[in-house]
Design a protein around this ligand. Structure first.
Ligand SMILES: *[C@@H]1O[C@H](CO)[C@@H](O)[C@H](O)[C@H]1NC(C)=O
Ligand SMILES: *[C@@H]1O[C@H](CO)[C@@H](O)[C@H](O)[C@H]1NC(C)=O
Ligand SMILES: *[C@@H]1O[C@H](CO)[C@@H](O)[C@H](O)[C@H]1NC(C)=O
Ligand SMILES: *[C@@H]1O[C@H](CO)[C@@H](O)[C@H](O)[C@H]1NC(C)=O
Ligand SMILES: CC(=O)N[C@H]1CO[C@H](CO)[C@@H](O)[C@@H]1O
Length: 319
């Protein structure tokens, strides 16, 4: 596969870190809002948060602080997808997602978390590229999505990423991202767990799936990505579809989710440790969702939800 050299970046090499009080304050606000973690030496760990994935001994030089970001690139499934198409309107400050116009037509009602990240909790003006697909798995040959057209992470990376955005995006007119002003996010695993749920070869399949995950993020790294945000799998055992299967299967799924999240954490930890110029955030959605299920007002943003157990048009919590 063609990987454009990282050297096509113009200014990344000369970039100097800017860690300032304002950046720290912004990071602290994000920590409070989302329980995200930034593992630069300056960050402090909130009470609700998970352990850091890996803390480098030095400050990675590409992390500009939240207020220094200009772009976000999203890889993921329906929790993230906005159904962006590169051939239609590109993102701009007036319209940070480009196309389609909000609210669009996605499986959950927008705004999605990706909308909030770009347009509400942003600390700078951002533009975004969505490469995610509803129903996506990580390795779409191993865990075939329910429709052929759905691209797994493997094809999200090998397709539009490699063609248009890798190496700073040579044909990505209007999306001049650079290593030091871009956050790249990955939220996968939900569909992978669902598809292999009853498979006896599940352990082996997951191992291969996580190998594909690792290879994909290595490609993104070699294409210039340095700042990453990973999501683990939320408590999908509490989703109405699983609850309907009965308590035994619900428990089985809960165990699988815990195992998966541990394996994912290990992979991300190793990736971050091996690349000492990366900054990696970990959003423990399992923890955030659980807190909200226990007490919807544990987070200001979810206090307005009406129904925490089923799919309803107003709450839109479950796909
Ligand atoms: C949204 O998409 C679904 C499935 O792709 C389609 O059936 C429906 O007509 C669309 N709705 C609108 C308002 O475009
Ligand atoms: C966040 O994004 C919105 C929508 O693009 C923009 O109007 C706003 O100025 C941004 N906030 C900051 C702090 O730049
Ligand atoms: C795992 O098992 C499933 C179901 O039996 C099968 O369809 C699939 O091909 C197997 N995958 C691998 C990689 O062995
Ligand atoms: C980071 O890793 C590179 C390549 O492995 C190595 O050459 C460099 O010395 C490391 N830098 C620090 C500060 O550890
Ligand atoms: C589900 C969906 O339509 N996702 C879109 C997200 O963006 C990619 C590539 O930019 C599109 O190909 C997908 O159609």
């Amino acid at each position: 596969m063609d990987q454009r050299p990282f050297a096509t970046h113009n200014s990344a090499a000369g970039y100097k870190p800017r860690i300032r009080a304002r950046s720290l304050l912004v990071a602290a606000i994000f920590l409070l809002l989302f329980g995200y973690y930034v593992y630069t030496p300056a960050a402090s760990w909130g009470q609700n948060g998970p352990s850091p994935v890996y803390k480098h001994k030095w400050t990675p030089r590409y992390w500009p602080g939240w207020s220094g970001l200009n772009h976000i690139i999203f890889f993921g499934d329906s929790y993230t997808s906005t159904r962006f198409l590169p051939k239609n309107a590109p993102p701009s400050f007036e319209n940070p997602f480009g196309n389609p116009p909000i609210p669009g037509n996605v499986s959950q009602k927008r705004p999605l978390w990706s909308d909030f990240a770009v347009m509400k909790y942003n600390k700078s003006q951002l533009t975004a590229i969505n490469l995610s697909w509803g129903g996506a798995t990580i390795d779409d040959e191993l865990l075939v999505p329910f429709m052929d057209v759905i691209e797994g992470l493997n094809r999200q990376v090998a397709g539009h990423w490699t063609d248009k955005y890798s190496g700073g995006g040579s044909d990505a007119v209007n999306f001049h991202w650079q290593s030091h002003d871009t956050l790249i996010t990955f939220w996968f695993g939900i569909n992978d767990i669902i598809r292999a749920f009853q498979w006896e070869n599940r352990t082996e399949v997951w191992k291969k799936d996580l190998t594909t995950y690792r290879e994909s993020i290595e490609k993104v790294y070699h294409g210039g990505g340095r700042n990453f945000l990973f999501f683990n799998v939320p408590p999908i055992e509490r989703a109405p579809l699983t609850v309907a299967l009965g308590e035994d299967l619900q428990k089985k799924k809960a165990i699988q989710v815990a195992e998966w999240n541990q394996e994912l954490f290990n992979m991300v930890h190793d990736f971050t440790k091996r690349h000492n110029d990366t900054t990696t955030f970990w959003w423990d959605t399992y923890k955030s969702y659980t807190e909200v299920f226990e007490n919807k007002c544990s987070h200001e943003q979810t206090c307005v939800l009406k129904d925490m157990t089923g799919y309803c048009v107003e709450c839109e919590l479950w796909a």
